[in-house]
Design a protein around this ligand. Structure first.
Ligand SMILES: [Fe+2]
Ligand SMILES: [Fe+2]
Length: 214
């Protein structure tokens, strides 16, 4: 990728989001994504569905948090809309929707979530912020390499996933304060960076550096 492309990509991303993420997506992942367009879209569809489901499970668990209920309800609806849009694109492109195992990424972050409340909720919100921020960054990095319909779709996703990142982080800060959240974010950032920069046997939307198996 040229320096110019990186500048264009960074222009799509809010400075706060770039500062939040501990590292850029490795170039090798971008190359693997372009080599596996069907797998990328199937896993993308899975991620949208999972994002809606995570938001809804928060709505069931934390009924005493009105701001969370409103934000998560809006977010779940948007993720389901994204899901429909990805499935539509797959159909247009003749890509069959098959069952594929999830990447290690979300589970790799969730294993560090505290078991006790109220810490647990804050950690779950921080993990949500990382997943949204990384998704947003990856959409933006892919855009310069994609055909126009997919690039247009991903540009719209950069905006909404960027908003979801702000929503998750904003809720965490509302409930636990900025200083406490910053400290937890730093811990999760180290785990996130390891998941993104270490070798990963499976290629997925949130996978690490693809292993060279062939
Ligand atoms: Fe989404
Ligand atoms: Fe999202």
């Amino acid at each position: 990728m040229t320096a110019n492309t990186e500048t264009v990509t960074d222009d799509l991303l809010p400075a706060e989001l770039l500062a939040f993420l501990p590292c850029d997506t490795p170039q090798r992942w971008i190359e693997a994504a372009l080599e596996n367009p069907a797998l990328l879209l199937i896993d993308h569809a899975q991620c949208e569905k999972k994002a809606a489901s995570t938001a809804m499970s928060l709505m069931f668990r934390y009924v005493d948090r009105p701001e969370l209920l409103t934000k998560m309800s809006q977010l779940a609806r948007e993720e389901l809309l994204h899901f429909e849009q990805v499935v539509g694109l797959m159909q247009e492109r003749g890509i069959d929707y098959s069952h594929i195992p999830a990447s290690r990424y979300a589970e790799g972050l969730r294993e560090h979530v505290a078991r006790e409340e109220p810490q647990r909720l804050i950690d779950i919100l921080i993990v949500g912020a990382f997943i949204e921020a990384r998704s947003c960054e990856r959409f933006a990095r892919l855009i310069p390499h994609l055909d126009e319909p997919l690039a247009r779709f991903y540009r719209s996703l950069v905006r909404s996933e960027g908003r979801h990142f702000e929503d998750y982080l904003g809720l965490a800060e509302r409930y636990a304060g900025k200083a406490f959240v910053a400290e937890r974010v730093a811990r999760f950032a180290a785990h996130e960076q390891a998941l993104i920069q270490s070798e990963d046997a499976m290629f997925r939307f949130h996978s690490g550096v693809p292993a060279l198996t062939e």
